[in-house]
Design a protein around this ligand. Sequence first.
Ligand code: SF4
Length: 446
Amino acid sequence: MKQAWRKYLAARAPRYTSYPSALQFSTAVDDKVYQEALSRVSLYEPISIYVHVPFCKQLCWYCGCNMRVENHYDRALDYVDSLIGETRLVSAALAGRGRPSSVHFGGGTPNYLETDEIARILDAIECEFGLTDDARLAIELDPRLIKRGHLAELARLGFSRVSFGVQDFDPDVQLAINRVQSFELIESCVCDAREAGIEDVSFDLLYGLPRQTPATFAATIEKTIALGPDRVSIFGYAHLPAALPRQRMIRDRELPDTDGRAELSLMADEKLVAAGYGRIGFDHYAKPGNSLFSAACAGALRRNFQGFTDDVATTMIGLGASAISFASGVYAQNAKTVKQYAACIAEGRLPTERGVVRTERDEAYAKLIAELLCQRDADLEEAGRILSGGEIDNIKQCVMPFVRDGVVTFDAARIRMAPGARELSRAVAAAFDPYAGAAPALARVV
Ligand code: SF4
């Protein structure tokens, strides 16, 4: 990456997994607004379902998720009952509309739950939403909780994609983040997944962690390449101890500085590309032949709450505490605590706590930003059908510093990211995003 571009790597920018971001959510969106939005979903619209499992066995100090360490499994069983209750409430609001094309279990730690409980949730989804045979099932897994035969059981339930939280293989870094898991453990998880016939194995890695050096992170990337996951995501650790007290366990002085972070990220990028992985969006990699790679080549890459995706669904149903849904232009987020969430379900009402109704202007910005992040090429002419001439001029003005540094080019019709500048696409988007001033430091949820 050019030296003149590095200053933009330090820029705080939203992750743009939704637009507007969650910082714009308010209590103006409640269960009634969400229910009405669900009633406007069209009959055969593809739906993507997300199931949030907020429990973990142990706290990782870098964690930015909505989770809690739970030592009483019976509470998780109660939570599963609430999830099943929520599927019924959402299904009643949809009244047969929509067709689920994918189900994603995230957390927290989805495999905190025993497979029988995961099967119970899937049965409820199938029963209430009419899950089709070709629907894709994906799950995020904590390798430390995987038991013998576990992956074969998940494959039998229909999961074709698993994502392992790896973060870093270096023992010293693992100690500094309170997440110790050996290379051999991850290796056996990958072998089990392959043996079980799971076709899509993904690793989540983090750069910018304490005690990471170019040498240790190079070793992590080399080990990753040796295990050959189909996809790799490399997220930058966002250190926000004021907002996330658990991160105070991480010593500031052990963190790499901005240049150090850039070096880690660029080195990982070079190694993965040299090993044959294709760059997807700004922080994902996929092997040729993987559906994400094909979607990127076909210009069909999209961005949603799970990051970059080839999922075609435009409606997302989030189930569980803090889960976010998007239907008919409405973002709706569930109550964040398990207690509040369960209380709503027990009362027989949708657990919506807040959200935002996307305006036509928001839609135009959402499309521009998604194009920039996913295709690295945003259509200003199209946006100009909704945005005023003054607003388009303002966008051009805002990206001018990036133009001067060669990060982007633009003409009357389009903004294009320069080759090699994909990591800066969020910073470019944040420069013209009318809400970005209010959202300076959104953390990655890992
Ligand atoms: S990083 Fe994952 S496993 Fe670790 S505490 Fe957070 S949600 Fe749990």
